[in-house]
Ligand binder design. Structure first.
Ligand SMILES: [Zn+2]
Length: 140
């Protein structure tokens, strides 16, 4: 089981959940409107906690070069920055860097300082043999 790394906002949501639980424990739920209020608080708290858990599973944590429509998980650590003609850059793992290069024109891979030797050239060559937006193949 992986531990979740929490942002300050997420830690605040967890704190709200703890306060909600403490309030429930001390609450007298014989009053219908008080019970409804507590159920509402519980629902909001549970939702925000589940969002934190879902964010940990989802492709939101993929490298910046991953296209939103591409369902593939990263093929390893970030090894290059893809620089486009506007000099805008996106860091990418090998798989997503290849796919991004294949899908946009006149971009180039620049190896990260700690990347394995030759990785940028390998990505550049692989992109030349990769169709643009390859994840769309096989769809109607
Ligand atoms: Zn990736």
């Amino acid at each position: 089981m992986s531990r979740v790394e929490l942002s300050p906002h997420e830690r605040a949501q967890v704190e709200v959940a703890r306060e909600t639980l403490a309030a429930i424990v001390g609450a007298r739920l014989t009053d219908a409107s008080a019970a409804a209020y507590m159920v509402g608080r519980l629902e909001v708290s549970l939702r925000s906690l589940l969002e934190i858990l879902d964010a940990d599973q989802e492709p939101a944590r993929r490298c910046p070069a991953a296209h939103p429509e591409d369902p593939a998980p990263c093929g390893g650590p970030v090894v290059v920055t893809i620089i486009d003609t506007q000099n805008a850059g996106a860091d990418g793992c090998e798989l997503h860097a290849i796919r991004m290069l294949a899908s946009i024109t006149s971009a180039r891979p620049v190896a990260k300082p700690d990347a394995p030797a030759g990785v940028a050239l390998r990505i550049f060559r692989a992109a030349q043999h990769t169709r643009p937006f390859p994840w769309r193949e096989g769809r109607s």
